[in-house]
Every structure is written in C-alpha cells, then in structure tokens.
Design a protein around this ligand. Sequence first.
Ligand SMILES: [Zn+2]
Length: 302
Amino acid sequence: MAAWIQTVDGPVPADLAGTVLAHEHLWAAFGAASGDPDLELTCDAEIMADLAEAAGAGVRTVVDVTTADMGANAERTAVLARAAGIQAVKSTGWFRSPTVDPAVDGRSAAEIADRLIEDVLDGTAGCLGEVGLTATAPTPAEEQVLDATAMAARATGVGVMLHTDDARNGEALVEALLDRGVPAGRLLVGHARSADPLEWHVALLERGCVLGFDQNGHPQRDPVGRVAARVHCLLERVAPARIVLSSDVGRRSRLRAFGGSGYASGPLAVLDALRSAGVADTLLDGLRGRTAAAFLAIDEAA
Ligand SMILES: [Zn+2]
C-alpha cells in the first residue's frame, strides 16, 4: 500500500477514497461551550439519515474535523459513519479561543502535541484541526495550539484543516503555520468564499496550499452559482489548482430533519454546475475526491 488514508476503521488505499466531503462535522457536542444550541449536533438518527442519503448520492468518504473543544467524539463518528455505509476520517486537534483556553491552560505545547501525535499514530485520527484564530493575532492559548498543531504535523506528516473567517484572518493563520514549519502542501485552507480577493486564492494555490470551498448548502454562505464561478476561474488560472468541496454541516439546522439540505446536495450541485460549464472530467475528478484523497494520503515513508 503506497499511500493510504487513515479512516476510523483503519487504513484504506488513497485511490479508494471515492467522492470525498473534505470538511464536515458528524458529531459535535458544541452547544454548551459555544452558547449556541444549534451547534449541538448530537441527534444520531437525523445525522445518520443525512449521511445515508449522502452515501446513496455517491459520497464514499467524509472527513469529520470536529475538535475536542467542539465536543468531538471519535467513537460516535465511527458508529454513525459505519451505520450509513460511509468511510470516515476523523481529525484530532483544538479549535480556537475562547473554547480552547481552559483545555490548554498550564500545559506546554509539547504536551498538547504528544496527545495529537498519539491520536494519529494509534489510528484514531487521519488529520489535524480544524484550527482557527479569533482575530489576526493569536491569543496565548491559540499560540499554544498553533505550536502543538505544527509539531504534530511535522512529526506525523498528516495535513492540517484550517478554519478561516475572512482573507485577513485566513492569511494570518496560513503564515503562522508556515512559520512553524508546516509545508504549504499540508494546509487545507477552509471556508473559501467569493468575497475573498481572487488574487489571495490564486496565491494560496500557487504556494501549494489546498483550498476548500466547503460550505456549500449553507444558507448564509455563497450560493452554488457563485462558488462554481470562482472555482471555474481558479481552474483556468492555476494548474494544478488543488481545490476540494464540502458542506461543513456543523449545525442541527443544516440537517434535512430541521430544514437544511444535508451533507451532499450542495457540493454535488457545484460539481453539476461546473460540468454544465464545460469543465473537463479530469478536473471534476480532482474536485470530487482525488485532490482530497491526495491531501489526506499518508505515504509509506512518512
Ligand atoms: Zn470552520
């Protein structure tokens, strides 16, 4: 096995990743810590129904980027994915202030990193994050998390999932991780949006970062047509443009049972729009899963 992705049920050859949703939340008990009850994504039956629908629509692999301070539960993620017939890759890591502050208080970055490395080495996790900043300058707790995340990325070779709020905050996070020695190719810059400067997206791709248009189907984010137009433009500007798609279901209200559109319909609609616009099949294959699989791939030599 030359390159594999580390799923919750063990290693899977990267070329069997299939259609990938690169930035999701399968289970997140984040209601109390965030103060937003809609972020309490713990309703098994409704989550499972939407995952099963995604599997029926052709999704093979889903990455759950829920962090410890978001109330991650790797066992629940594994149970839900198995029941829905989907391969899950679980991340390990910490999000940002203020929810991360009590967890890292009094701990060294090396101690935090050791736990992340253990999660990757024991097969629990296949990537790191999602990590974010509350502003552009990290809080002391965010400094610890950035240091630990970078140590774990360097030690294990797995990729880091980045949460961004806008281009300024996103660029500060990218630079903080590059400064700490994480290679650009191991950074998946999530939550790209059409309001971001086009030239920032081009620069990220040219540096070798992966760009995630990962909030498709979110009622307060870009509609399908706008995402497809930006992705199409980037595919024409940069080669290879390493872009992935997802829906970032992190709220109850994104589930079908509560009025949302579920996990798969947004990303698949973007692919349909790009196909209709004449984008070549090889590029569509990259967006559908090949790029995400390459990002998640752990090489024999790593
Ligand atoms: Zn996020």
